[in-house]
Design a protein around this ligand. Sequence first.
Ligand code: NAD
Ligand code: UDP
Length: 338
Amino acid sequence: MNVLVTGGMGYIGSHTCIQMIQSGMTPVIFDNLYNSKSSVLDCIEKVSGTRPVFINGDIRDKSLLIKVMKEHDIENVIHFAGLKAVGESVEKPLEYYDNNVNGTLVLVDAMREANVKSLVFSSSATVYGDPASVPITEDFPTSATNPYGRSKLMVEECLTDFQKANSDWSITLLRYFNPVGSHPTGELGEDPQGIPNNLMPFVSQVAVGRREFLSVFGNDYPTPDGTGIRDYIHVMDLSDGHVAALEKVGAKHGLHIYNLGTGNGYSVLDMVKAFESASGKPVPYKVVARRAGDIAECWADPAKAVTELGWKAERTLEEMTQDTWRWQSSNPQGYPSE
Ligand code: NAD
Ligand code: UDP
């Protein structure tokens, strides 16, 4: 199975390429390296034994996409490419709508011209807004509170309408909860540029000595220890979820929507403790004000993916923190720069 992987040099895309190769699929990576480095390709090769084809291109370049899909006999597309920082999206909404919404529309238009009718899209639990209850099932109402979230929601809605009008397409929306962790070899991991927005990369940079302390955004939420609760999922489980989606519904006409989460919630302080014990390093923290737009708790009901995809997140919190630490401690500055 030849699969075009947009954003395949990024955090989730690179891990997914490895799991695809291991499952006998052929990923063809299409990425403009806006938020990744070309050395990721060497790491994918080192771990998987295969060097995927890499095209340095932008998903808004329709003619290049068509050419690549035809040249490589592409049958499916997994679409990771996009911008993902919530705070930045508030400052630069146009860039977010252009990359995430317009970029996806150009990609689908190119797929139509190249006669490729199977798409898996990286969505997010952010489309559930502030859920009325937990765990969250796929039929919960959707909403958005910032341009990043709205871009994901807009794409979901565009793809839903498009699939309705094109019933011979398979379109899968995968709603990720909180991806963390790294490849267990320590060769690949998350390498945010600048100050990390997400909890785990920040915690691991504190543990490795790159940052002095973690700011805990609020301890007055209605949760057992007052800090926010999320459904952290190992990136390797998430990657396996993409392979399962391609295998189970990639050739099945229709719109398919799945939560990819574990069904377990951990607080910020749970994560700090787990990280300290995995790394043997202290993670000093200070409690500061709540971050605007944050919700108290969010975790998935993953039953639909379990039943229909035969996929279940299996890696433990210990594996998430140990694997993050292996990557961070052996690559304190992330991937080598070009
Ligand atoms: P990432 O930034 O590590 O990877 C995205 C990749 O897309 C990067 O390699 C970047 O260079 C590339 N890219 C960006 N714009 C592009 C463009 N216009 N053309 C071609 N390539 C482009 O991000 P990630 O964490 O791997 O996330 C992948 C996808 O999953 C994103 O769509 C993100 O919104 C979604 N997602 C991520 C999380 C998370 O916490 N990491 C959670 C939910 C959803
Ligand atoms: N968080 C925190 N300090 C940080 C980053 C995050 O206390 O430096 C908290 C945040 O308030 C939330 C949890 O950690 O409760 C997960 O945040 P993240 O940004 O990783 O994911 P998301 O907000 O998208 O769920």
